[in-house]
Design a protein around this ligand. Structure first.
Ligand SMILES: Cc1cc2nc3c(=O)[nH]c(=O)nc-3n(C[C@H](O)[C@H](O)[C@H](O)COP(=O)(O)OP(=O)(O)OC[C@H]3O[C@@H](n4cnc5c(N)ncnc54)[C@H](O)[C@@H]3O)c2cc1C
Length: 402
């Protein structure tokens, strides 16, 4: 990837070229009215430390905010029809969702009520969420210990594992083929007009200063740092999330749903007698942008005991690989932040996706492209997630956060 931009002025500059930046770039090429120039600036084209490369790669329909359910429904449709969405390109692979479902487990009456309320919303939106008593869970999945479980909820349609890397790769590849320029460089500063209402230029680490019509912040956990360059704030910080892949001495006899234990530990089927699980420490501070150190005590003292209690067959397991990744954690209300800044009007956000940004990337990229190119949404109205809710102090509380 080149370091140097081919031009000194662009209609749209996207800062961050992982899944969100690439989705927005590709969907911009889908806007019939757009014939401008787009530059995607990515500081690490190996993508080694971005959130996109550290994930569980799953999607779910079980959200409590109707718009979040609709966003995931578009994700499912997009993934299952990838070649069609990519212009019937014969090179694009057919993808499927391995729909083992997300199993939310409630061990209190209060949380069971939350699951019941969420199910009503999800059914209204067309999701197939089923509530299950402890006995029903035990019957369908005999490997669980359900002694403390009051209620579970699961949806076996369009909920499970999918190949996010393939979608990410195709967005990048196709966007480039359609003329979007990706460079390996870092945005380090911005200048604004005298009134402070517009970003006029972006300075790259290599020294070039490039003019821009609009800027999109797609910087993942570094969203606040990029915003600061424009003199604006966003309540998003990196939070560490640990993942492990392990093999079981006695693998389960059927697919393990992505199980969200009441403790917050989650574990899912990974194929071939292996499983992927994730969790975080009880104290969960914002961390340094470059802090990816593992905490081995968490596995020993917290994660493994929870797994072995919930699924006794997981007493005998062996860790195969482990890593720490970052959520771009929105401390205001855990939901996505998009749309323009309220004062710096050409500075747009695409940030704050915590643990659900992969599945939101098709709808978020499409919506952002529509808004930045046409000034309004023509598919799904995403204005609920606009930045102005932070200024107006009107959080959207999503009750189904992992
Ligand atoms: C452990 C874990 C499990 C997850 N599981 C799931 C899941 O199962 N399903 C799901 O939907 N989501 C999941 N997520 C969330 C998902 O991975 C993220 O929400 C999504 O990848 C966010 O993509 P992004 O492009 O916004 O951010 P990132 O992938 O972090 O990309 C941001 C990019 O911006 C670049 N950048 C930053 N600053 C600059 C700059 N100044 N100049 C140039 N480039 C810059 C970075 O190098 C980086 O490549 C998970 C996340 C983690 C950590």
């Amino acid at each position: 990837m080149n370091e140097t931009p081919q031009h000194d002025t662009y209609d749209i500059i996207i800062i961050g070229g992982a899944i969100m930046g690439s989705s927005a770039a590709w969907f911009i090429t889908e806007q019939a009215s757009f014939d401008g120039r787009v530059l995607v600036v990515e500081k690490d084209p190996s993508y080694e430390n971005c959130s996109t490369m550290h994930t569980n790669s799953c999607m779910r329909q079980q959200f409590s905010t109707p718009l979040n359910v609709k966003i995931s429904q578009f994700a499912a449709d997009f993934v299952k029809n990838l070649p069609r969405y990519m212009g019937d390109d014969e090179r694009v692979p057919e993808l499927a969702i391995r729909s083992f479902g997300y199993m939310y487990l409630a061990d209190t009456a209060e949380f069971a009520d939350v699951l019941r309320d969420n199910q009503k919303i999800q059914l209204t939106e067309g999701a197939a969420t089923q509530l299950m008593t402890a006995d029903e869970i035990k019957h369908a999945y005999p490997f669980y210990n359900v002694d403390d479980i009051v209620l579970g909820s699961i949806n076996l349609i369009d909920e499970g594992l999918w190949d996010a890397t393939a979608v990410f790769d195709w967005w990048r590849r196709s966007a480039r083929e359609r003329g979007i320029e990706f460079i390996s460089n870092e945005a380090v500063a911005m200048t604004k007009n005298a009134a402070g209402t517009k970003v006029e230029s972006i300075t790259l680490k290599s020294g070039e200063v490039i003019s821009c019509g609009k800027v999109l912040n797609a910087s993942g956990p570094r969203a606040a740092r990029t915003s600061k360059m424009a003199g604006v704030e966003i309540p998003v910080e990196p939070r560490k999330r640990y993942s492990w892949i392990f093999s079981a001495e006695q693998p389960l006899d059927r697919d393990l749903p992505l199980t969200i234990d009441p403790s917050g530990v989650h574990v899912r089927e990974n194929g071939g007698g292996t499983y992927q699980c994730g969790g975080h420490s009880d104290i969960d501070p914002g961390v340094d942008y470059d802090d990816f150190a593992m905490d081995h005590d968490i596995w020993q003292n917290h994660i493994w005991p929870v797994l072995a209690t919930r699924i006794p067959q997981f007493e005998a397991i062996k860790v195969q690989s482990e890593w720490a990744g970052h959520y771009a954690y929105n401390t205001f209300d855990h939901n996505a932040v998009m749309g323009p800044h309220t004062e710096v009007e050409n500075f747009y956000f695409l940030n704050g996706f915590s643990g659900h940004g992969l599945q939101q990337s098709p709808a978020m990229g499409r919506g952002t492209a529509e808004l930045m190119v046409n000034g309004s949404y023509s598919s799904l109205d995403m204005s609920l997630f606009h930045y102005d809710r932070i200024v107006n102090d009107t959080p959207i509380i999503e009750k189904a956060v992992i």
